[in-house]
Design a protein around this ligand. Sequence first.
Ligand SMILES: C[S@@+](CC[C@H](N)C(=O)[O-])C[C@H]1O[C@@H](n2cnc3c(N)ncnc32)[C@H](O)[C@@H]1O
Length: 206
Amino acid sequence: MSQKRQSKSAQWHRVQEQDTQVRAARAQGYRSRSAFKLLEIDARERLLHSDVQIADLGCSPGGWLQVATQKTDGKVVGVDLLPTKPVVGAHILQADFTQEKTIATILELFDGRADVVLSDMAPNLSGIAAADQARAAELVRAAMNFALRVLPPTGRFLSKGFQGDDFPLLLEEMKKQFMTVKILHLQASRAASKEAYFLARGVRKA
Ligand SMILES: C[S@@+](CC[C@H](N)C(=O)[O-])C[C@H]1O[C@@H](n2cnc3c(N)ncnc32)[C@H](O)[C@@H]1O
C-alpha cells in the first residue's frame, strides 16, 4: 500500500479514537463503533440468522466480523486492504476486494455461495468531493456485482453508501437487480455523516 493510503487510513483510525461511541464499543468488547451499526440494522431488519454464510467486505478492524460470528454458526469470510486481527470463527483475507483474484479466492472459500453480503467499504478520502463520491460508488458497484455472483435468490446484500449525486443512480441500479431495496439511516452513524446503507433482498432472475 502507498504511504499516502496508509496515512489516510491512520487518519481514519485517529478520528475513531476521539469518538465516545468508540469507547462504548470497546467497553462492550467490540473493535469499532461500526459494530453498533450492524447491530442496529440486524435489530431492525432481522438480517443475520444462525445458519447463514456471510461475506464482510471492508472488514477491518473487525467490529462487523465480531457481530457476524456471534450471530451465525455458518462460514464468515472478511476481506480488507488493511490487516485485521483474527476473529474466532472468521476467515480473514488482507487484499484489495476490487481485484478479480481476491474475488475468486472468496468465491472458493464459500464454495460459490454466501447468503449475506455485507459491505462497509469506504475509500480513502482525497478531499475532492466528486472524486471521493465516484470512488465510493465504484466500491458499492463492485460489492453489488460480487453479491449477484454469490447470493442465492433469497440472498441479502447490505452496503454502505454516501448520499450524493451517485446515490439515486445506485439505488436505481440496485432496484433492477433485487426484489426490494431499502435505504437505512442509522442512529449509530455520526450526526454529520452523509452515510446511509442500502439493504437489498431477493435477487431478481436475469
Ligand atoms: C469503515 S471501515 C470498516 C469497518 C468495519 N465494518 C468494522 O466493523 O470494523 C472501511 C474499510 O474499508 C476498507 N476498504 C476500502 N477499500 C477497500 C478495498 N478495495 N478492498 C478491501 N477493503 C477496502 C478500508 O481499508 C477500511 O478498513
